[in-house]
Design a protein around this ligand. Structure first.
Ligand SMILES: N[C@@H](CCC(=O)N[C@@H](CS)C(=O)NCC(=O)O)C(=O)O
Length: 255
């Protein structure tokens, strides 16, 4: 079976879980807390970032896009990158935009609002991770929080820029969807849709996400307001619908 090394709450890891499950590739998830994942990803021969997939054939893939391209080669019938060269280019460009711009923005915005609340952060982030990691993180939380804030540039000014970026991308995709199309590119679910839905998931908080989000009324007011505004956009509704109609429920095997 393939082994998928993750930070449980990482939306790039969710992108890959979704694609693996869509392709029906059985895998075992090795889920971790941020920072504590390094020991696993580096030991596997991947880099510092996850997702990292160690395939059952022994190949190591340390980037979500590389994993989706690998899946596309194994399952061309899924049409993850469309059905012709023009669609492939359009989908790859959308994936790149979302990976480079939306993913970092929703992550920074999410951490900015969650990190001040240790109990809420740990309750949410520790789902599915080894209990010892939770103990380590509880004991070292102030240090871990400082490292995350420094590493990801999590401050008020950066978060404001991320909010602008999230809204710009939702507006761009809403404009695309305003012609009534059912999917972002072509006439079926592709990498563009699942990348959008997964990387927007911290913002849209879809009920079908495999890791339940904290209830909306437990979130800080500014965060809740942004979630509600995003959900009301055409792109937000598309992301929620993708989860409702296309996210297979089968959870990964615990490690
Ligand atoms: N381009 C990478 C980005 C993945 C990424 O940024 N992962 C984050 C978690 S959301 C990570 O592992 N960060 C840990 C670190 O930077 O040490 C991909 O698509 O896989």
């Amino acid at each position: 079976m393939h082994r998928l090394i993750t930070i449980a709450i990482s939306h790039y890891c969710e992108k890959v879980r979704w694609a693996l499950e869509l392709a029906g590739e059985p895998y075992q998830e090795s889920a971790h807390l941020p920072l504590l994942h390094w020991g696993y990803s580096l030991t596997a021969g991947a880099g510092r970032t996850v997702p990292a997939l160690v395939t059952k054939e022994g190949e190591v893939l340390g980037d979500s896009t590389d994993i989706l391209l690998w899946l596309d080669r194994r399952h061309p019938q899924l049409g993850l990158y469309g059905s012709d060269d023009a669609q492939r280019q359009e989908i790859a460009a959308l994936e790149d935009l979302l990976d480079e711009k939306l993913g970092p923005a929703t992550r920074r915005w999410g951490y900015f609002h969650l990190l001040p609340d240790k109990a809420l952060t740990l309750r949410y982030a520790s789902q599915g991770v080894p209990p010892t990691e939770l103990l380590i993180m509880k004991a070292s939380f102030p240090l871990a929080r400082r490292l995350l804030r420094r590493g990801l540039g999590i401050d008020a000014a950066g978060t404001e820029r991320s909010v602008v970026r999230m809204r710009e991308i939702l507006a761009l995709l809403s404009e695309k969807l305003s012609d009534g199309r059912l999917f972002l590119a072509g006439n079926q679910l592709t990498t563009a849709d699942l990348t959008f839905a997964a990387l927007a998931s911290p913002l849209l908080q879809p009920p079908e996400h495999p890791l339940p989000f904290p209830p909306l009324d437990q979130l800080p007011g500014a965060m809740r307001a942004e979630v509600e505004a995003a959900r009301a956009t055409l792109a937000g509704q598309h992301g929620l619908k993708l989860y409702r109609e296309h996210r297979r429920k089968a959870p990964a095997q615990p490690s």
